[in-house]
Design a protein around this ligand. Structure first.
Ligand SMILES: Cc1ncc(COP(=O)(O)O)c(C=O)c1O
Length: 447
């Protein structure tokens, strides 16, 4: 299935080094089988994350040269603030250095011990920041998301019935409802406009805040525009309409900001904004840069304009669908349908000979590196602990970075692994930190 050709020409490139298999095995051992510790020059195709890995456009690079690095109220801040207001339609803009900084600030402003929050699915850092405040977080995806292999639309929806029930059960302990767009932990699947609106209405009726994690809101809006609104409105308007449903939204601009860093919180609530700004000064920096340089704010300001382009989004979503389709052809079990930023492999099924407590996802991550120098990430028991049901491996596609031949190489590597799956073993953890263990833990293959 072809997809629209790259809507850009290559002007500057970053050469890819290809190591031998024995060099890759050595690199794996040296990294204690944790792919986060493999030096990037030893990686052939890096599908670890789509976060902060986007290629910049020539316009972003040239605008960067205008970076105003004065401490307060710089020209870059003015351009950033205007672009964020234009993108979101919100009046109050609070800058932060990346998404989890926003999560930390929101957690401190809105959550206390024993509070409860609900989501279609919380991303790992979001959950960790909220739980760090002593709150409890509930993921309530819909039934249609449970069957990974069924290609149902809008599997990123929240289960409204269960949400009502849980809100009733937790009463005053319930603090807010959060929609992650797209639902990263749940397979990069979009939520429908109708579902986001419904979740917002349910929260409002209970007097709770409705929050949007907008990291990939442009990709989510593309699916809404294509399938729900049948291309009637513009993608830019769909995005603004989504933001308008929220009381508060935050965005890591390392994703749909088409930038290598940064983020923001937005709201129309002046008194909430004032509270968030106090915490921003404490943790991030002055309220007109929030931990970002002027140059970074310039790339984001421009990136937020570029990301709403339908040609860009058709290519982006087309790339994911291509990789998804080619892997489906060779019977790799995946989450269906393809989502917005990544292909998710059902590693529990693919490596069915490896039990859950031996991390089949991590075994596949290690195998992909060993056989092809491909870096991916486990989203299963290693990352999420006991809350995880499916053992997934995410192949996240950096924006504007790879072309079709790179994806064909990934498919060839899967073919190699598929030929003799039983040779790959499970893992055990030899050391782990107290939180977010997947980033730094050490592992050992089980003999
Ligand atoms: C859905 C979602 N929310 C929040 C974050 C956190 O953003 P950051 O990595 O900028 O801290 C991420 C990062 O991948 C994410 O995917």
């Amino acid at each position: 299935m072809p997809y629209p050709f790259e809507p850009y020409k290559i002007k500057i490139f970053d050469a890819i080094k290809v190591l031998s298999k024995s060099e890759r095995i050595k690199a794996l051992q040296e990294a204690n089988y944790n792919l986060f510790k493999i030096p990037s020059e030893k990686v052939t195709i890096d599908l670890l994350t789509d976060s902060g890995t986007s290629a910049l456009s020539q316009e972003q690079l040239s605008q960067m040269m205008l970076g105003d690095e004065t401490y307060a109220s710089s020209k870059s801040w003015e351009r950033f603030e205007t672009a964020v207001k234009n993108f979101t339609g919100k009046k109050e803009v609070i800058p932060v250095h990346q998404g989890r900084a926003a999560e930390k600030i929101i957690a401190e402003a809105l959550l206390d011990k024993n509070d409860v929050a609900f989501s279609n699915s919380f991303f790992d850092t979001t959950r960790a920041n909220f739980e760090h405040r002593g709150a409890t977080c509930f993921d309530i995806p819909t039934e249609k998301a449970i069957d990974l292999s069924k290609p149902k639309l809008f599997k990123g929806d929240i289960d409204a019935k269960k949400l009502r029930k849980l809100l009733g059960r937790y009463g005053k302990r319930a603090k807010f409802v959060l929609m992650t767009l797209t639902n990263n932990t749940g397979g990069g699947q979009p939520a429908s406009f109708r579902n986001v609106e419904l979740a917002g209405n349910i929260a409002t009726k209970k007097g709770l805040k409705f929050i949007i994690d907008a990291c990939r809101i442009a990709e989510n809006a593309y699916f809404i525009w294509l399938h729900e609104q049948k291309k009637k409105d513009s993608i830019k308007n769909v995005i603004r309409n989504l933001f308008s449903l929220s009381d508060l939204a935050f965005m890591s601009t390392k994703k749909d900001g088409l930038a290598n860093s940064g983020g923001f919180i937005v709201t129309n609530d002046k008194s909430l904004a004032a509270k968030l700004r106090e915490l921003t000064v404490l943790y991030e920096g002055f309220v007109t840069y929030g931990g970002m340089t002027g140059r970074e704010m310039e790339t984001i300001a421009r990136g937020l304009e570029e990301v709403v382009n339908p040609t860009y989004l058709a290519h982006r979503i087309g790339q994911i669908a291509y990789l998804h389709n080619e892997l489906t052809k060779i019977a790799v079990p995946l989450i269906h349908p393809p989502g917005g930023h990544a292909v998710y492999v059902d590693a529990g099924k693919f490596f069915s000979h490896i039990p859950q407590n031996e991390f089949p996802g991590q075994a596949l991550v290690a195998a992909l590196y060993q056989e092809g120098g491909i870096r991916s990430v486990e989203i299963g028991s290693l990352m999420l602990g006991k809350t995880s049901k499916p053992e997934l491996v995410r192949l996240a596609v950096p924006r504007r970075t790879y072309a079709q031949s790179h994806f064909d190489y990934v498919v060839e590597t899967f073919k190699k692994i598929s030929k003799n799956k039983k040779q790959y073993r499970g893992f055990k953890i030899t050391w782990q930190p107290s939180t977010l263990r997947h980033f730094t833990c050490k592992l050992k293959p089980i003999n």
